[in-house]
Each structure stands twice: as structure tokens, then as C-alpha cells.
Write a protein that binds this ligand. Structure first.
Ligand SMILES: [Zn+2]
Ligand SMILES: [Zn+2]
Length: 235
């Protein structure tokens, strides 16, 4: 099983996945959390230059807030899906639509706050723009980045052959639900969940809340175990 460090930067979890000669970081948390990030690195005895890649699951302000500052210090490439790249380049804040009453209310308020410029993050030029599965061997990690649209159309997850899946906001673990309270396409969310299950995911590491067993996603989608998505199997 891979060594994983979960570091909370504001409301968002970021994850360090240990590889052969360094780490891959998934997401970069809220703004102004760079001190928290590097004090956590020190605590785990990890040097900034051992971070080989930052994978951004999607460009929402709570996942890219400290990206610019972290990248400047770690000097590592940033990978993003093609459909999110422009948002990152422009530092553009997008408030997604809500999928339940709570999400719709927060989304409504968020739109107004964003409209007056209260929510922002520093733009970052992505180094690696992808549109399909990308393997992480080059960065020392046995696993891959796969597109998992739904929360946003350009959302991605990192999946390891040992079953850990880092999913951004494709699934959450708070207020009693794993379905994201915000999504650009709810149907795509469940299709992406099925994809994770078919790839052998066993533990979901969400952007918000504690990691949880993939069975919670299976129960919601009633995924038949024999479903196999065409393409390479991770294990
Ligand atoms: Zn999000
Ligand atoms: Zn989020």
C-alpha cells in the first residue's frame, strides 16, 4: 500500500503520494495556506524539491488557492485537464451549481460573493495539459491520472493499482452524503464512480472529509461487479 499524507489546507484536503524518488501532490487547497503546507512537509521530513508533480483535480478556488505559492517553492510541473486549463491560466473563479438544497443555497451566495471579487486565486500556467489517462511512472508513482467528469467537466482523479483513488470533489464525505453538493453534471458523477469501481478502487480520498470505503459509492450506483470499462486495467 502506498504511503499517503493528508494535509488539510483550509477546507480542502491535499494528498501527498509517496513514489520511488519523491512525491506527487494532489490539489493545493485554499488561498494563503502555503505556511501550513510547508510546516506539514517539515513535520513529515519532506523537502520541497522532492515534490515531483502537482495534479489539480479541478479548478475550484478551494483546490488551487495556494497552488501558485507552492509551485514557486517546489519548482515542479502542474498537471491539469484540458477543459480546466484556461481557468487556471486566467485565475478564473467558477461557482458550480448545487445538487441539493444546501448546495444550491451555497452556490447562490457564492456567485454573489465571487461577483464582487471576494473569492480569488493566483493564476498559474499549467505545464502538463491532458485529456486522457496519463501514467505517473515518470514521476516515480505507480498509478495514473484519469478523467472523471461530473463535479466539473474537466475533473480528474489519481488512481493507484493498490486501490487508492484521489477524487477531488467527485465524491465528498460530509453532511451525511458522498454525492457532491455541487456538480456540473450529476449523471456524469455516477458514471465516473462506476469507472473508479471498475478500475479496482477500494478507498476514496475525497477533497472534503475523511477517506472512505468504495462500497459507499457502489451502494449508490449499484455497480455490477462484472462491469469492465474498455481500456487498460490498472491491476
Ligand atoms: Zn470543486
Ligand atoms: Zn472542493
Amino acid at each position: 500500500m502506498a504511503v499517503i499524507h493528508r494535509i488539510r489546507l483550509g477546507t480542502c484536503n491535499t494528498y501527498l503520494i509517496q513514489g520511488n524518488n519523491g512525491y506527487v501532490l494532489v490539489d493545493a487547497g485554499n488561498s494563503n495556506k502555503v505556511t501550513v503546507f510547508f510546516s506539514n512537509l517539515r513535520k513529515h521530513n519532506i523537502s520541497p524539491d522532492s515534490i515531483k508533480l502537482i495534479v489539480i483535480t479541478h479548478v475550484h478556488f478551494d483546490h488551487v488557492g495556494s497552488l501558485s505559492a507552492i509551485k514557486n517553492i517546489c519548482k515542479c510541473p502542474v498537471a491539469i485537464h484540458q477543459r480546466e486549463a484556461q481557468l487556471l491560466r486566467e485565475g478564473k473563479v467558477v461557482i458550480p451549481p448545487g445538487t441539493n438544497l444546501w448546495g444550491k443555497t451555497v452556490s447562490y451566495i457564492g456567485e454573489r460573493i465571487a461577483g464582487i471579487g471576494f473569492i480569488k486565486f493566483n493564476a498559474v500556467e499549467p505545464d502538463i495539459v491532458i485529456s486522457r489517462e496519463m501514467f505517473l511512472e515518470e514521476f516515480g508513482v505507480n498509478g495514473s491520472i484519469i478523467p472523471t467528469p461530473g463535479h466539473t467537466y474537466g475533473s480528474m482523479s489519481v488512481v493507484l493499482p493498490t486501490g487508492e483513488a484521489f477524487v477531488g470533489d467527485l465524491a465528498v464525505n460530509f453532511i451525511g452524503s458522498v454525492f457532491p453538493p455541487f456538480a456540473e453534471n450529476g449523471r456524469e458523477v455516477t458514471i465516473s464512480w462506476r469507472k473508479l469501481v471498475s478500475l479496482g478502487a477500494n478507498t476514496i480520498f475525497p477533497g472534503h472529509g475523511h477517506p472512505f470505503n468504495v462500497n459507499l459509492l457502489k451502494e449508490k450506483t449499484r455497480v455490477p461487479h462484472e462491469i469492465i470499462i474498455p481500456g487498460r486495467q490498472l491491476s
